[in-house]
Design a protein around this ligand. Structure first.
Ligand SMILES: *Cc1c(COP(=O)(O)O)cnc(C)c1O
Length: 419
């Protein structure tokens, strides 16, 4: 069956034919292609077409698809058994590797998705402080747990409100614009002793890529310390992406708790939350904050994650950042020559090209981008063999598997785009 036939069948079995809403490609007025396999920086669909990938499963595959060391580690692990529901060596090895690269994560717990990691970190922050409220930024996405589904980014940004989440559940969710430290100060002034934590994407990746303004993260750190609230960095995207130690090492700001996912699973379902030992010791069975998971610490995922971190230790982040800068400069210049104003936000191997004049520093400015132009760009890039995120408010990722030829072909496809 080709993609069209598969999509028709999928729609009879799954809402919208997909298991995660953005995959339906509604926001680029298109239909999904079904992927048969992937290798390096390339995807191959059921119609026999090949694409240069800039989605990489929404971030995890920073080494490219089927990295030989990661695949070998996963195969080796699965030959020993796929799940035990009991402790195994792989959990210790991955936790040690994470702690070495992100020293603030003195102690951690593995879970099976980023959603579980943030949901559990919030519960721990509330349990530890005995407070109910927390601060979240408009356009930041922390997975789909109820408490976070207030002005969330990513696919949730496209839903006007979220049926199924009672307002009582988000009553303790305080909102501020990203990069607006004054707004957070005001929330603390009003609710200071009731705020358990501030959770933030230290580089926002779910309203398009948005960088933290100078002093923003340090300001959050200071406010949390002053008011006895915990600072949670949601590094599910930024962990091992914006530097080998994530955003906190790159910017030199130490959160109390960190959430990880995506890259640390090497393409398998994983999440992780951790931080100060003294806080983490409040988790059951040591402490009273309950959290559990049948597949947590899954041996295959642990092995793939560890192999990924080992491979990343040999990768040149600076070189990839420089190549990504050249690529995005090239894309922006091509669009401007076509009379389309664009703004490129980028860091390391992640970027978003907004179809607007910029600057883009928060959700309001990100939302003020020409979605018709993005949709036209997306469809023509796909036809030209380039697979981008099917929504203008997501970031694109480069990988250590992209060759200069891949980037040159991407620029060639962009030159052919017509508006
Ligand atoms: C993807 C993402 C999540 C959710 O992770 P899942 O594995 O999809 O549940 C949480 N936070 C951020 C910043 C993310 O990008």
């Amino acid at each position: 069956m080709n993609s069209k036939e598969l999509y028709a069948k999928a729609r009879t079995l799954m809402p919208g034919g997909v298991n995660s809403p953005l995959r339906a490609c509604k926001y680029v007025n298109s239909e999904p292609v079904f992927i048969r396999n992937a290798k390096g920086a390339h995807l191959f669909d059921e119609d026999g077409r090949e694409y240069i990938d800039y989605v990489f499963s929404w971030g995890p595959q920073i080494l490219g698809h089927q990295d030989p060391a990661v695949s070998a580690a996963a195969h080796e692990a699965i030959d020993l058994g796929s799940s035990y529901g009991a402790p195994c060596l792989g959990e210790i090895e991955l936790a040690e590797a994470i702690s070495r690269l992100i020293p603030s994560m003195e102690m951690m717990r593995m879970v099976s998705s980023g959603t579980e990691a943030t949901m559990s970190a919030l519960r721990l922050a509330r349990g530890y402080t005995g407070r109910k409220k927390f601060v979240k930024f408009i356009g930041n996405y922390h997975g789909h747990a109820d408490a976070f589904l207030a002005a969330a980014g990513s696919a949730a940004a496209t839903v006007p409100g979220t049926p199924g989440v009672p307002e009582e559940v988000t009553a303790h969710t305080l909102l501020a614009q990203y990069n607006d430290l004054e707004a957070v100060k005001a929330l603390f002034a009003e609710n200071g002793e009731d705020i358990a934590c501030v959770i933030v994407e230290p580089v926002a990746g779910n309203m398009g890529l948005v960088l933290p303004a100078d002093g923003f993260l340090q300001g959050l750190r200071d406010l949390c310390t002053e008011h006895g609230a915990l600072l949670i960095f949601d590094e599910v995207i930024t962990g091992f992406r914006v530097s080998p130690g994530g955003a906190q090492v790159r910017f030199g700001i130490t959160p109390d708790l960190t959430t990880l996912g995506k890259i640390i699973g090497g393409g398998f379902p994983v999440g992780c939350f951790g931080g100060k030992r003294e806080i983490m010791e409040h988790m059951a069975p040591l402490g009273g904050v309950f959290q559990a998971g049948t597949l947590s610490g899954n041996p295959v995922a642990m092995a793939a994650g560890l192999a990924t971190l080992k491979r990343l230790a040999e990768c040149d982040y600076d070189a990839l950042e420089a190549r990504t800068t050249a690529l995005t400069d090239g894309l922006a210049e091509i669009m401007r020559e076509k009379g389309k104003p664009v703004t490129v936000n980028r860091i390391a191997s992640a970027f978003t090209m907004y179809f607007n004049d910029g600057p883009v520093t928060n959700m309001a400015e990100s939302g003020n981008s020409d979605s018709e132009a993005y949709a036209a760009y997306w469809r023509q890039m796909l036809a030209g063999g380039v697979y981008l995120a099917p929504a203008g408010f997501e970031c694109a990722f480069t990988s250590f598997a992209h060759t200069d030829e891949d980037f040159e072909k991407t620029l060639e496809a962009a030159r052919k785009v017509e508006f």
